[in-house]
Design a protein around this ligand. Sequence first.
Ligand code: 3HC
Length: 693
Amino acid sequence: MAAVNQVVDLSVDGGVAVVTVNSPPVNALSVAVRDGLAAAFKQVLGNTDIQAIVLICEGRTFIAGADIAGFGKPPQGANLLEVLRNIEGASQHVVAAIHGTALGGGFEVALACHYRVAVPSAKCGLPEVKLGLLPGAGGTQRLPRIVGVARALEMMTSGEHVGAKACFEMGLVDALVEEDKLREGAIAFARSLIADKRPLKKVRDLDDKLVAARNDPQVFADFRKANARKFRGFDAPDFNIRCVEAAVNLPFDEGMAFERKLFMELMAGVQSAAQRYAFFAGRAVWKIPDVPADTATLPFAQVGIIGAGTMGGGIAMNFLNVGVPVTLVETRQDALDRGIATIRKNYENTAKRGRLTLADVEKRMSMLTGTLSLEALANADVVIEAVFEDMAVKKALFAKLDAIAKPGAILATNTSRLDVNEIACATQRPESVIGLHFFSPANVMRLLEVVRGDKTSNAVIATSMQMAKKIGKVAALVGVCPGFVGNRMLAQRQREAQALMLEGASPQDIDRVLYDFGFPMGPFAMSDLAGLDLGWTRETSSGQTMREKLCELDRRGQKTNAGYYDYDADRTATPSAIVDHLILELAAAKGITRRAIPDEEILERCIYPMINEGAKILEEGKAIRASDIDIVWINGYGWPIYRGGPMFYGDTVGLSKVLDKMREFEAKWGADFRPAKLLEKLAAEGRRFQRLS
Ligand code: 3HC
């Protein structure tokens, strides 16, 4: 095998040239890979001794895409489009041999080859949409020519990876070859093409799959309509659709030019910058500077959960889903029975929707043991406490656990706001105590805040992160402070939403502004959904806040068909005259002069204090990096990913502007708006949160 350059090799096997890419970790199309491919194909194209060419990769995967880290930098090295033009224009058969994931630009390379073979475990896809982009190397023009418009639209706008078998059925893959025998299989396939005198199959020349849509352009309008909710706020899905329309209506080369134009537009936009940032943020969040990747971890083969309520039950499902047995502890038999019955019902509902077999339901339930005895947790590797938020109760429980749990077991609290250090002090082993803040519903929400106490050991932190990955969560390591990262910042937004409401904006105005910003719902709709009576009691209610007033009227949110809004039987919200009246009454009682509040002020007052709080969190070292805060907000609170998270958004707006507004608000309304020192510093230095770590 001869090296073409440091990442591409070329060998010849009886008339079949094999071009091998070896550029860990994922063979992304870096300058070196593109240069290597260009040079390798230059050597073999037109060489009459070579009758076919196999393109294959070393390592864990076929080319997994363009080099995302290189985006936004001046173009360098061989032009990918030119490399692909040469491959497709080859006079010999070119066969892509796929394992791992052929994604984005990588799959586009494969589509420019005349044939594709894959091992059964391989996956293919065009995930560019998830980076706020579209396939920019001919994917938008070639994919529909093979699979037709409907499937192309689906694949490109979802970005999902499609398994090799399904690819084979759709014609994206021409043959499946035995696992671990890809090279031999691909070479044999290439030889069969030569032996059978098969034609060079150039995807650009195909047209039959496009005819139907050419005669029925309504297919695009229907697709847009059917997905309007899913695509709301995003630029990239519609750009992808427009490219497929171009594939249908324009000759190939014009379609390619159209694709390039739209690709460059998206690439230059803030949405793609935000989504690319989120891609790397999602990987950085797992890295903890003072807990090295090779830190020895502890087992988590047996999990105990205390509390069979909504939270405890949801947490249990996460573990049952991945085959980890759970012991669920309650204090009363009826509560335990109810908790277990809810878990079963959740699984059965999933089975009804066809996403689980009944056998799976039984398998998962068989790994769940209910008990009234804490002593049953003596063998648990991890115990997660999910009882109600009362410090005295939690401390007493942890003291008991300390006596029961085996040495080295992880003792976790699912508190969303209490001091993890204080809870840890109730035990003789604070190094084993950690916060695992799941979000409700815990079996659905992806975020997990892993709360590190002052004494939590590295092994416990590393194991918690590993466990989070295993149960499919996105974990962010945060420090102990009231509300941790997410709820601490949320409190800023909630406070301002309440203040704005009394000053003159209606709940529906505030909700509309935040919905239009990209949140799935505004703060009032969210409160109604969560229930207004969390932590409220009639005995202690003082009638001083809207929440208390609403609860006193039994307007406890969606569950009582009334909260900030009225709800009909379908849960459709309408503004409430009672609420309007209560707002006026409360504002008058507090001596607030009401005024018309512009949408811009609503947005700035809800969002900028959150950014400011994020800066304080960083200043205090309660989050490792600004991008971790963004990951918390994207995964736990529905922050629109195309705005990158609150800290990225602050950078986008400009930290000087955020600071100026905070100062203006502070002058008008006081200390709640006092700017964080870090915000002042970065703004003064013209820096951004993004470059902090
Ligand atoms: N460019 C640059 N770096 C990449 C990359 C890419 N396309 N894909 C992955 N990486 C890096 C990751 O950042 C990570 O780096 P780190 O170890 O320093 O944190 C490393 O490769 C390993 O990645 P993962 O941790 O994600 O590894 P997994 O095994 O979990 O997943 C994967 C592998 C499925 C390939 C996943 O990394 C992935 O989905 N990558 C992105 C694929 C993609 O979006 N491709 C399209 C790119 S855009 C494009 O191609 C435009 C074209 O149309 C012109």
